[in-house]
Design a protein around this ligand. Structure first.
Ligand code: G16
Length: 543
């Protein structure tokens, strides 16, 4: 086939460093940017095949999200805006790792296995974050698409969730929304303004929100969106990319892991603040109290706020729809306890990675999913959306119930159901707080987090750690889980687990216990166990 000659020729312009092997991780490929040109070209090829196979638009986002600026990566987006399926993740790994001379054979194998009709048209949309390497890497993706005669549309600088949204809009013929950034701003801001009409009158101070843009794409897009919000939200942007480095001492990951504010933000006591991550698909909130103590409101607190709000609306609307919350092993024990025992919602736990949470959330009428790191959204089933719409226009329903249904409709419109979205989540949180007349302190007081700590350990090969039970227990290396169990027993209300990261070359350690001192001790001892039993490299972890 002519296109294979083209693939052979063009792939020589995007050579694979010999012997380099990469794994499609938690959210695609991620490594230092200068190792990724061939991967991008090949993901352009794969996205084109996926588009031919599904007869739909596929998305390719060039980003390494929370990773340092010198890294880069790629996320593939399936037709309904969700992450690509596990089988195609496998193909992505095979393609990325094929040596130059084997590339066409691997490609042909995938075409055969998936019975891809090469005469089908293909459409691929591409976006990128603000990393200096992203522009060239996205050109490599475009090269891959054109090699297999796919049609491409380059959205340039967009947040990851904006690209997910574009894919979903295009594959629903515009039913989900208009597939432009303008369409995205209009849809979300209209819903936000509708919702905040139901809030008690707010002062400018109450509308004020400090936003840390992680020196990334989220800051640029927040600036673009601001005029659409008609002063219903008064955003003050910090770390907007005009000087600092991407994710350096700022951004959602830094704030969550370090449990401290980002650099450069001037927070008055009680002031609501939030941080986006490098591609604006995660958000965490925080404030300093009058004693100067830092309080973090992470994905767990966000899930609690949103699910409480939804449950209340559903009860008042008289709709019998099941709300469930999906979490991961990182969810703070207090949040799970509160959701299960006080709110009485179904809670389930999946492996890390939005692809797993998204999938689990689809099983419920309304699935609220959030990772503790602030990555999440809400999924409404078709049944839920239909019941809400019917009630909103039911002539026999009471005004009160219709009003609740209208609030639910605007809530649905405000949420990016394709994936977790910092901007959409932020607007939803702001709307909920406004409607309920709630301060950030009152939100924080819903439950108290157990003290917790996250650490990273460098090992020679993180794949030696295999886990089970939604990553809460380690199967290998031998003896590691027994050591963790023994350590956990020494502390009160304690829990700990370890897992290999799928985005960074580290093993992650998580611990929680009754006091900060205990949890810091436990996390350190578990890190030592990882270092000793899983082939630690470099200096031994220090307390
Ligand atoms: C990605 C994933 C998240 C995951 C995070 C960390 O986030 O989308 O679901 O929680 O990586 O994953 P790991 O612990 O495996 O490194 P992002 O925001 O970096 O794309």
């Amino acid at each position: 086939m002519a296109e294979f000659e083209d693939v052979s020729q063009k792939s020589a312009l995007h050579p694979k460093p010999k012997g380099l092997t990469l794994q499609y991780g938690t959210a695609g490929f991620r490594t230092t940017a200068n190792h990724l040109d061939h991967v991008m070209f090949r993901m352009g090829l794969l996205a084109t095949l996926r588009s031919k196979k599904t007869k739909s638009t596929i998305g390719v986002m060039v980003t390494a999200s929370h990773n340092p600026e010198e890294d880069n990566g790629v996320k593939l987006i399936d037709p309904m805006g969700e992450m690509v399926t596990p089988a195609w993740e496998g193909y992505a790994t095979q393609l990325a790792n094929a040596e130059q001379e084997a590339l066409c054979t691997v490609l042909k194998d995938i075409i055969e296995k998936e019975a891809v009709d090469m005469s089908e048209a293909a459409s691929v949309v591409i976006g990128r974050d603000t990393r200096p390497s992203s522009e060239n890497l996205s050109r490599a993706v475009l090269d891959g698409v054109s090699c297999l005669e796919g049609h491409s549309l380059d959205f340039g600088l967009v947040t990851t969730p904006q690209l997910h949204y574009m894919v979903l809009c295009r594959n629903t013929s515009g039913c989900y929304g208009t597939a432009t950034t303008q369409g995205y701003y209009e849809k979300l801001s209209k819903a936000f303004i509708e919702l905040t009409k139901n809030a008690p009158k707010r002062t400018d101070d109450q509308k004020r929100l400090l936003v840390d843009g992680a020196n990334g794409i989220g800051a640029l897009k927040m600036r673009e969106m601001e005029p659409f919000l008609k002063s219903e939200l008064k955003v003050e942007l910090f770390n907007d990319g005009s000087s600092g480095r991407l994710n350096y001492q700022c951004g959602a990951d830094h704030v969550k892991v370090q449990q401290k504010p980002p650099q450069g933000m001037h927070m008055g006591p009680g002031q609501r603040c939030c941080s986006f991550d490098g591609d604006a698909d995660r958000i965490v909130y925080y404030y300093n109290d009058s004693a100067g103590r830092f309080h973090l409101l992470d994905g767990d607190k966000i899930a609690t706020l949103i699910s409480t709000y939804l449950k209340e609306l559903l009860t008042q609307a008289g709709l019998n729809l099941q709300v469930a919350v999906v979490q991961t092993a990182y969810a703070n024990g207090s949040s799970t306890q509160y959701l299960e025992h006080v709110m009485k919602v179904t809670v389930c736990c999946t492996k890390t990675g939005v692809k797993h949470l998204h999938h689990a959330a689809q099983e419920f009428d309304i699935g609220v999913y959030f990772e503790a790191n602030g990555h999440g959204t809400v999924l409404f089933s078709k049944k839920a959306e239909e019941q809400i719409q019917q009630l909103a226009k039911d002539p026999n329903a009471s005004d009160e119930k219709k009003h609740m249904a209208k609030l639910l409709e605007s809530t649905v419109n405000l949420i990016n159901q394709a994936t977790g979205d910092a901007i959409s989540d932020m607007l939803l949180i702001e709307a909920v707080l406004a409607i309920r007349g709630m301060t950030v302190q009152e939100w924080d007081a819903i439950y108290t987090d157990l003290p917790n700590r996250q650490l990273k350990v460098k090992v020679a090969d993180r794949r030696v750690i295999d886990t089970t039970d939604a990553e809460r227990r380690a199967l290998t290396p031998a003896g590691l889980q027994d050591s963790i169990d023994a350590l956990v027993k020494k502390y009160k209300q304690a829990r700990a687990f370890v897992r290999p990261s799928g985005t960074e070359d580290v093993v992650r350690v998580y611990a929680e216990a009754d006091t900060q001192e205990s949890v810091d001790g436990l996390a350190h001892q578990v890190s030592l166990a990882v270092y000793q039993l899983a082939g630690g490299v470099g200096d031994e972890p220090k307390p």
